[in-house]
Design a protein around this ligand. Structure first.
Ligand SMILES: *Cc1c(COP(=O)(O)O)cnc(C)c1O
Length: 355
């Protein structure tokens, strides 16, 4: 830190993204990207003239894309908000809805960006412990009197709670915003989107990064009541009015034209998730039930950090955290069948070498 940095960030710990090493080609199972490339229509769309228009700013309203998303999800245009990745969406939401008098709460084991934004904006936060087996008990959130953030399915556990539990939390916290981060909802989970017509305080966040193979394009979106969307717009126009670039818009529109391609990919990932879990069972692993494009798993014969390092040395990247509650565990993104077979082969080798 230089001596020019504001002292209000002295204790800020920045988010640490999963490693993106450039030194060699890894089987990359560490950042929950899709292993499948964007649909052919996306590549075609990028050659369709938007490159030539890059001298012009994009539409700050994002009208075309918002209209398409509204139509697809059966909501009004005014219920849709676009952001440069759902990370930006989370940033805007923390800034818009939370402050000293409106603190935020979320599970103790969840997406690592939540505490970073809380610290960045100096928002008091409560981390509510998950129950045995990393299970979220909705009772812990009912009538809480704070803003609430829940990833459903949760990361890094992959566990999901039913929409009825979400509704109970939303219904008992009408004076506060309940943000449901549905980054992984398209891998077998159920969206709480139908509730936005009923509850003004529900903010549903989704992303094109996982299911739609567009992590490099940076696009997230929110679906919520008009009021919440207007609030997010206010923050956006006070931060970066042109937050969605032309190329990403063109790519995203094309993904919406190729839905069946992405649905088929999701089915493959769900099959590979089941396959990998079963193979790991036979190798002495315990794997949590997952409705996401990753699994959270631990083995009886090696500590999580050691397994992560041994896999990396053999060219396979998974994600591991040193935090006490989860240090036994590794999060493994579900890739193609070929990638999962390489991962499983390396695990077998490591087990043999460990004796
Ligand atoms: C990946 C992820 C995001 C961020 O997605 P981007 O749209 O790529 O910024 C948000 N929330 C959770 C829980 C995630 O896992």
């Amino acid at each position: 830190m230089s001596r020019y940095m504001s002292s209000r960030f002295d204790s800020l710990e920045a988010y640490v993204p999963g490693e993106q090493p450039q030194d060699m080609v890894y089987v990359k199972l560490n950042t929950n990207e899709s292993p499948f490339p964007p649909a052919p229509a996306v590549l075609a769309a990028l050659q369709g003239g938007e490159v030539e228009r890059l001298n012009r700013y994009p539409d700050p309203e994002g009208r075309l894309l918002r209209e398409r998303l509204a139509e697809m999800y059966g909501v009004e245009y005014e219920n849709v908000f676009l952001a440069n990745g759902s990370d930006e969406l989370l940033s805007f939401a923390f800034l818009a809805f939370c402050d000293r008098t409106r603190p935020v709460a979320y599970p103790n084991i969840s997406y690592g960006f939540y505490p970073v934004y809380a610290n960045l904006y100096q928002i008091p936060y409560t981390e509510i412990s998950l129950r045995e087996g990393f299970v979220l008990d909705p009772k812990d959130y009912c009538g809480l009197g704070k803003n609430i953030v829940i990833a459903n399915p949760n990361a890094p556990t992959g566990r999901a709670i039913p929409v009825s539990d979400i509704e109970e939390i939303v219904r008992t916290n009408l004076d506060h915003v309940v943000l449901v981060d549905e980054a992984y909802v398209d891998f077998g989970g159920k969206s709480c989107l139908p509730l936005i017509g009923k509850y003004d305080n529900l903010l549903v966040c989704q992303t094109f990064s996982k299911f739609r193979s567009l992590a490099g394009g940076r696009l997230g979106f929110a679906l919520a009541s008009r009021g919440l969307i207007e609030d997010l717009e206010k923050i956006k126009y006070s931060t970066n009015s042109y937050n969605i670039n032309r190329l990403t818009t063109a790519a995203a529109l094309a993904t919406l034209d190729s839905n069946s391609y992405y649905v088929a990919n999701s089915r493959k990932i769900q099959d590979n998730r089941t396959y990998t879990g079963e193979k790991l069972d036979a190798l002495g692993f315990e794997t949590l039930p997952s409705l996401a494009n990753f699994i959270f798993t631990r083995c009886s014969w090696m500590e999580g950090g050691a397994l992560y390092r041994a896999l990396k040395a053999k060219g396979v990247l998974v994600r591991h955290w040193e935090r006490a509650e989860i240090r036994d565990w590794c999060r493994v993104t579900i890739g193609t069948r070929e990638e999962m077979d390489i991962f499983l082969d390396r695990v077998r080798e490591i087990r043999k070498e460990a004796g």
